[in-house]
Write a protein that binds this ligand. Structure first.
Ligand SMILES: Cc1ncc(COP(=O)(O)O)c(C=O)c1O
Length: 393
């Protein structure tokens, strides 16, 4: 009897044909539903990493799936050379939820592209070159965004970095003042540094940033790729503490998993941008726009902002009672749990064995949670229970 050659596993095939980028979890996800993902070996995992901070409305939300299926059947794509109903609705919807006075959207395809464009706009309109960003910040992998990234590891193999980038200390307004001058086009920051270990500054820091940017004629840019679209319990961080930046960059959760990014800006900025200054083939494509529209509708109709506020308060409170937990940082569903002596990776592994996916950061003590905005009490309790067992073990 001849034995069949053993079929190669999907893991082996991906390893063979895909360029190594991320260290992957050792399973194959084939299906998702709300806060759960299902693997080919018959397991289900609670996804507290939200598909990499992306699946804002939960995995494969039926309304999002319906919207993109219907759109795909009508018109899969046409660029910005034509007007399009899905794009019109998406732009209107996004501006409806944006903090005043941000009244215009430029659609792109990813977070790094949104940041590249925001920095380009700041330089183009001020005629200046310097961009101030922050140590510990992450803004993407393309030349401009990586040059603005304040985590040295990501800049290591990029040569040459773009000129004109300097880094201030996050939360320290004096350090910004020493760098801010008449050459400064913009100040770019993640309002909560996520990859840097989920760090937020004092309210006064954001207010002072607004003031000193105004005084210097520099643009204030919030990278809300992670904090945007409801993750902090409001649609945007912009507007919090009465501070609205000149531009907000978005991606990740804005279309529930369909690739999309955006730069929100004021009328005044838009007024100075001419046809041809900016462009992208795929940005604002009908499929992504249909997904964005459905995403906003789901967040509103299912009261997901309220859900994030209520349930994150509960989660923060319970986490703070735990012996293992030294500190809980962040806001809403952008959560950093500080564990003793760089043990985050071991705890992540322990949780993975209990079929719970969590994330890490550049700080080895921080376990990072970026769950879907639809995460509710029963799954939070499940997580807390498993975490407390790891604490006891
Ligand atoms: C805050 C922030 N900005 C920008 C980016 C880059 O986004 P993308 O990977 O879509 O280019 C990321 C990605 O993790 C991010 O977290």
């Amino acid at each position: 009897m001849t034995t069949q050659p053993q079929r190669r596993s999907l893991i082996e095939i991906e390893e063979q044909y895909q360029v190594a980028t991320y260290k992957k979890f050792p399973f194959v996800v084939e299906r998702g539903e709300d806060v759960w993902v299902y693997t080919t070996d018959g397991n289900r995992y609670l996804d507290l990493y939200g598909g990499h901070a992306v699946v804002s409305t939960g995995h494969s939300h039926p309304r999002v799936v319906r919207a993109i299926s219907e759109q795909a059947g009508r018109l899969l794509f046409y660029s910005n050379l034509v007007y399009n109903d899905a794009r019109a609705r998406a732009a209107e919807k996004l501006i409806e939820i944006a903090p005043e006075p941000l009244t215009k959207a430029f659609f792109v395809n990813s977070g790094t592209e949104a940041n590249e464009n925001a920095m380009k706009i700041a330089r183009m309109l001020t005629g200046r070159t310097k961009i101030i960003s922050f140590e510990g910040g992450f803004h993407g992998r393309t030349p401009g965004s990586v040059s603005a990234t304040g985590l040295p590891k990501y800049r290591e193999n990029v040569s040459p970095l773009l000129e004109g980038h300097v880094y201030a200390v996050f939360g320290d307004i004096e350090s910004v003042k020493t760098l801010l001058d008449e050459e400064t086009a913009g100040v770019l920051l993640e309002p909560i540094q996520s990859m840097g270990g989920v760090r937020m500054a004092e309210p006064e820091f954001y207010r002072s940033l607004r003031e000193i940017c105004d005084d210097a004629g520099a643009m204030l840019i919030y990278d809300e790729v992670q904090t945007g679209m409801g993750r902090t319990g409001e649609f945007f961080f912009g507007g919090r503490f009465d501070v609205v930046p000149d531009m907000i960059t978005l991606a990740k959760g804005i279309a529930s998993g369909v690739p999309m990014g955006a730069v929100l800006m004021t009328d005044a900025i838009d007024g100075e941008i001419k046809n041809g200054d900016l462009g992208t083939t795929f940005g604002g494509g009908p499929l992504a726009c249909a997904a964005l529209e459905a995403t906003v509708d789901v967040i509103r109709d299912e009261r997901l902002l309220e859900n994030v506020r209520e349930n994150s308060a509960y989660l923060f409170k319970e986490l703070r009672k735990m012996l293992l937990v030294e500190e809980v940082r962040g806001l809403g569903y952008l959560i950093g749990i500080k564990l003793p002596d760089g043990t985050a990776k071991a705890v992540q592994q322990g949780l993975l064995e209990k079929k719970i996916i969590t994330g890490l950061s550049e700080d080895p003590s921080i376990l990072r949670l970026l769950p879907p905005l639809s995460l509710r009490r029963p799954e939070i309790d499940l997580f807390l229970d498993e975490l407390s067992r790891i604490a006891l073990g």
